[in-house]
Design a protein around this ligand. Structure first.
Ligand code: ATP
Ligand code: MG
Length: 302
C-alpha cells in the first residue's frame, strides 16, 4: 500500500526534527551518526519519499499562488555526500517554473571583485518561488576556512584580513543576512549532508570502478580528503555559529542515500506546511466580477 500524503505529514516530523539544529551553542558534530536511519527500511523509505515529493509539489503550487513568501534551500556537504541526488529526488514533484537551482563553484574574477555575499544575493528566489543553493556563501566558512590562502584572491584590504575576529565577522555577516532575508519573507532551510569518511571512500571507488560514474571522479576531491578533520571542525563551527530558530541547520545522516533524501523531503514538508499557505481568496467584489464574467462568457457562446 502506498503511503498517502496525510500519513506522510505525520512522519515528516519524525524524520526531520531529530536532525534540526536551531540553537548552535549546544551542537557537536558527534551527536549525529552519518549511518543513522532511525530504524527505517529502504523500501518503505522510498515509498515515503515519493509521497513527500508529491506533497512538496502541492505546497510549492500554493506558495506560487500565494506569491508572498519565498523559500531558500541551502545544501552543503563534503564531496560525494549526495547533494545532487537529494535535490533531484526531494524536488522531483515541483513545477520547474516555480523553482531555481544555482550551483556555486570556485568564484570567478568578477565575483571576487565583490563582497562574498554578492553572488548569492543575485540568485535569491523571488516571492512565490523556491530557490535552491547547491553550495552557497557557507563555502566561505568551510573551504575558505580550511584553505585561508584562498582569501588572497579576494583582494580584501589588509586591515580587514588581519582582524583577529575575521571569522566571527563572517559569521556575523551571515547571521545578519539571514535575519534580513527572514524579515523580508524568505524562509531559509540549511542542509548539511553529513557523510562519513569511509562512505566517501566507497563512493569515490565506485566512481573509478563504474564506467558510468567515471565522469564524476575528481583527483582534487580525493586530495581534499587530507583535510577531512579540518573540514569537520569548520562544519561544526559553522553550525554552532549560524543555526537559529528562523534559519535552522538540518544535519542529515548521509551514509544511506535513501535516508538522506527522506530527511530532506521531510524537513521541507514540515517547514512549508507550517507556513500555512493557501490559495488566495477573492473578496465579495471580485467574486461578483467573476460571476459577471461567467454570464458574459455564456452569453457570447463559443
Ligand atoms: P560539486 O563539487 O558541488 O558536486 P562540481 O564538482 O560540479 O560540484 P566543482 O567544480 O567541484 O563543481 O565546484 C565546486 C568547488 O568550488 C568546490 O570544491 C568548492 O569548495 C569550491 N568553491 C565554492 N565556493 C567557493 C568559494 N567561495 N571559495 C573557494 N572555493 C569555492
Ligand atoms: Mg566537485
Amino acid at each position: 500500500m502506498t503511503m498517502n500524503e496525510k500519513e506522510f505529514l505525520k512522519l515528516a516530523k519524525k524524520y526531520s526534527e531529530p536532525f534540526c539544529v536551531t540553537n548552535g551553542k549546544t551542537f557537536r558534530l558527534g551527536q549525529v551518526n552519518p549511518g543513522e536511519t532511525l530504524g527505517e527500511e529502504k523500501t518503505t523509505a522510498k515509498e515515503a519519499l515519493e509521497a513527500g515529493a508529491e506533497l512538496i509539489g502541492e505546497l510549492q503550487d500554493k506558495l506560487y499562488a500565494h506569491d508572498q513568501w519565498a523559500v531558500l534551500l541551502i545544501f552543503q556537504a563534503m564531496d560525494a555526500a549526495g547533494k545532487d541526488g537529494a535535490i533531484k529526488h526531494g524536488l522531483s514533484g515541483v513545477n520547474p517554473q516555480g523553482c531555481e537551482v544555482t550551483s556555486f563553484k570556485a568564484p570567478s574574477a568578477e565575483e571576487l571583485d565583490h563582497d562574498f555575499l554578492w553572488r548569492c544575493a543575485k540568485r535569491l528566489p523571488e516571492r512565490g518561488r523556491i530557490g535552491v543553493f547547491n553550495r552557497s556563501y557557507y563555502e566561505e566558512t568551510l573551504v575558505v576556512r580550511v584553505h585561508p590562502e584562498y582569501l588572497k584572491a579576494q583582494k580584501l584590504p589588509p586591515a580587514i584580513l588581519k582582524a583577529k575576529d575575521f571569522w566571527n565577522q563572517r559569521f556575523d555577516a551571515i547571521r545578519n543576512f539571514e535575519r534580513y532575508l527572514t524579515n523580508n519573507g524568505v524562509v531559509i532551510l540549511k542542509f548539511f549532508l553529513h557523510v562519513s569518511k569511509e562512505e566517501q571512500q566507497e563512493r569515490f571507488l565506485a566512481r573509478i570502478d563504474d564506467p558510468a560514474k567515471n565522469w564524476k571522479f575528481s583527483m582534487q576531491d580525493v586530495k581534499e580528503r587530507e583535510h577531512w578533520d579540518a573540514y569537520m571542525h569548520a562544519y561544526e563551527e559553522t553550525v554552532r555559529n549560524t543555526a537559529s530558530e528562523h534559519a535552522p541547520w538540518y544535519v542529515v545522516p548521509a551514509d544511506k542515500k535513501w535516508f538522506t533524501r527522506l530527511v530532506v523531503a521531510s524537513a521541507i514538508v514540515q517547514r512549508m506546511n507550517a507556513m500555512d499557505l493557501s490559495y488566495p481568496k477573492l473578496d465579495e467584489d471580485e467574486l461578483k466580477a467573476l460571476a459577471g464574467a461567467r454570464e458574459a462568457l455564456l452569453q457570447t457562446g463559443d
